[in-house]
Design a protein around this ligand. Sequence first.
Ligand SMILES: Cc1ncc(COP(=O)(O)O)c(C=O)c1O
Length: 441
Amino acid sequence: MTSVFYRGVNASYPKASHSEGMYIYDEDGKEYLDMSGGAAVSCVGHQHPHVIKALCDQIKSMSFAHTAFFSNTPQEQLANLLAAKFGEAGAKVYFTSGGTEANETALKMAWQYWRAKGLPSKQKIISRVHSYHGNTYGALSISGNLPRRRIMGEILMDWPRIDACYSYRNRQDDETEEEYGLRAANSLEDAILHEGADNIAAFIAEPVVGASLGVVPAAPGYFKRIREICDAHNILLIADEIMCGTGRTGTFFAHEQEDILPDIVTLAKGIAGGYQPLAATITRAYIHEEFVTSGKGFDHGHTYVGHASACAAGLAVVSVIDENNLLQNVQKQGDYIHNSLLSAFGDHPHIGDIRGRGLFRGIEIVADKETKIPFPDERQITKRLKQATMKHGLICYPGGGSFQDNLGSSILLAPPFIAQQTHVDQLVDKLRAMFTDVFND
Ligand SMILES: Cc1ncc(COP(=O)(O)O)c(C=O)c1O
């Protein structure tokens, strides 16, 4: 008998008892190879001694002082580090506890910025059909992910959404990747013209789509055109890098590879590597400056904003990434994982696409490779993949909903940045066994 209100009310879960490096162990001693860092969280692996020491030292000296009264050294240092990586003098960082809060903070920044500028009608947020930005009322309202928003029905705000840039399914045969990227980006301009730019505060997108599509980077040129459109119509560009940021794609920010600078970027998950709940909303200098010079300030806050031990964990995680050149390993093992998946499953009749960047990789499952048609709902492929991963001692992240609302299955891989070839080889063996279980009955 348990008193826990579990995530899955009918589910039962093994109890995780300890973890080390790339592995988690349950109470019965079963070993799980962690190839998704939970949900793209554990970026420096489990039980990293440097992070544990930094966290313990912070807790021993000052565990909590409310940031309405005090600042603290880890918050100051981590903000400096992130602002420097963002690369714009005067950028500011607002720390919260999770990805949803970071995006809610970004939305409020956008709304309050336009109000401070005397443009209060700029309220709507345009997002994308395949997207997930969080689970509170505001963040879920701007998330297109139908399986996740369906249960909330009409209660959610229903703002405009455009298609994500999803070349595997949406590029036409006679289009190059670049032509498709341009066409997909131009649909933002159509939506803005339809709604009226005076009513739009911001456009939000994941530079590499995570759970909603199974790791989909944009076509070349897509985000450059998006940036141009936002500038032309006075609309803020928010990059949700909660999954794809903090080095996961091989550069610290995923948007670096698009050669753009967003107005606001959100980070979470990897930023404190799972050692503490932490998220960051990074804003360009001119937005913060507007709050200061207009005298309007920024009206927001949570009890745990800028939490000292959470920021200490974040500082230690980012230092481990930097000092050990882990992004080099992200690129190297990213290539290895991609090539290994291609050689093992490139010809598999049910693997439609293998894609991604760095140590952020996706596998799209189809019933028919030629037509790209997914399995019918009755086959419950996503659910069965989830069951098979645990059975085979593998943590990865199967997801659904990439095709016509609730069909389509994919597997998201986001291993810790310390992954080595042996772990990738183990992954391939485990996936092979899982696919045999799931597809052959
Ligand atoms: C892209 C993206 N944004 C926002 C969130 C919400 O973050 P959290 O679950 O930490 O609230 C997630 C979570 O999976 C995410 O993947």
